[in-house]
Design a protein around this ligand. Structure first.
Ligand code: NAD
Length: 257
C-alpha cells in the first residue's frame, strides 16, 4: 500500500502505460481518477481497478481543453478535497521527417504533447500550492536525448516536456511540490504498434530491429514504466526533484556495437 490515501489523476489512462499505471496505483491503495478522451477505454480501466478491490472513477476531458480540464479538476476537489499526484501521461505520436510533415500534424502533436502537460498542471497546481504538497510526473521519452528516424516533431515535444519539468520544479519547490519526468524507451503499447504500422512496410521486421537495438534485447512493457511512476508518485522519491528517470533497456546510455 505504497500510495495509501493518495488521490491521483492520470491523464490518458484508458490505454497502454497510463492504464497499466492506473491499475498498479489502484492496487497500491490510491484513489485513481482515470482521464482519457475515450470514454469506453477510460471506463474500462476504472472498472478493472474497482473489480480488483481498488477505488477509481473515470472522467472524460481533452488535456488540451482548459474548460474541460478545469471543470474536471474542480469536480475532483469537490469529491475528494485534494489531488496528491498528477501524472501528465497523455500523448500522441507523429511520424515523418520535417519535409514530409503536414503543418496540421505538427500542430496536433505539439498541442497534445506540450499544451496537454501545461493545461492539467495549470489547474491542479493552485490546489497543491494551497496544501503545500504534491508530486507531478510528466511523460517525456528517451527520444528527448537521442535522435531517431522520422520522429522529429515527437522528439521536439518530448524535449520540451523535459525542459518544462525542470522549470516547473524551480517555480514550485517552495510549495513542497516535486516535478519529475519519465523517459521510457520503446514500450510495447497500441501507440508503438500504430507507429510501426505507419512507418514501415514490414512492421514485424521493424519490431525485430527495435528489439535488437535494446541492451535488454527486449522492448519494455507498460508495467516497467508503471513501476517507475509508482516510485515518483510515492514519498519514497522525496529527494527527486526536476529529474529525468530513464526506463529504456539501455537505449540512451548503451550501445551494442
Ligand atoms: P497509448 O496510445 O496506448 O495511450 C495514450 C492514451 O492517451 C490513449 O488512451 C488516448 O485516448 C489518450 N489521449 C490521447 N490524446 C488525449 C487527449 N487529448 N486528452 C486525453 N487523453 C488523450 O500510448 P502509450 O504508449 O501508453 O503512451 C503514453 C505516453 O507515454 C505518451 O505520452 C507517450 O508519448 C509516452 N511514451 C510512450 C512510449 C512507448 O514506447 N509506448 C515511449 C516513451 C514515451
Amino acid at each position: 500500500m505504497r500510495l495509501k490515501d493518495k488521490v491521483i489523476l492520470i491523464t490518458g489512462s484508458g490505454s497502454g502505460i497510463g492504464k497499466s499505471t492506473a491499475l498498479l496505483f489502484g492496487s497500491e491503495g490510491a484513489t485513481v481518477i482515470v482521464n482519457d478522451l475515450s470514454e469506453e477505454k477510460g471506463e474500462e480501466t476504472a472498472a478493472e481497478i474497482r473489480a480488483a478491490g481498488g477505488e477509481a472513477i473515470y472522467r472524460k476531458a481533452d488535456v488540451t481543453d482548459p474548460a474541460a480540464i478545469s471543470a474536471m479538476v474542480e469536480d475532483i476537489i469537490k469529491l475528494y478535497g485534494r489531488i496528491d499526484v498528477l501524472f501528465n501521461n497523455a500523448g500522441i505520436s507523429g511520424v515523418g521527417a520535417l519535409h514530409e510533415l503536414e503543418p496540421e500534424l505538427w500542430d496536433k502533436v505539439v498541442n497534445v504533447n506540450i499544451r496537454g502537460v501545461y493545461i492539467p498542471s495549470k489547474y491542479v497546481l493552485p490546489h497543491m500550492m494551497e496544501r503545500k504538497s504534491g508530486s507531478i510526473i510528466n511523460m517525456s521519452s528517451c527520444i528527448a536525448e537521442i535522435g531517431l528516424a522520422r520522429r522529429a516533431v515527437y522528439a521536439a515535444t518530448k524535449g520540451a516536456v523535459l525542459a518544462l519539468t525542470k522549470s516547473m520544479q524551480v517555480d514550485y519547490a517552495d510549495y513542497n511540490i516535486r516535478v519529475n519526468a519519465l523517459l521510457p524507451g520503446t514500450i510495447m503499447t497500441p501507440f508503438v504498434e500504430d507507429y510501426l504500422r505507419k512507418s514501415y512496410d514490414d512492421p514485424e521486421e521493424a519490431y525485430e530491429g527495435l528489439r535488437k537495438r535494446q541492451l535488454s534485447g527486449e522492448l519494455g512493457r507498460p508495467e516497467d514504466v508503471a513501476k517507475a511512476a509508482l516510485f515518483l508518485a510515492s514519498d519514497e522519491s522525496k529527494f527527486m526533484m526536476g529529474s529525468p528517470l530513464y526506463i529504456d533497456g539501455g537505449a540512451v546510455f548503451g550501445k551494442k556495437a
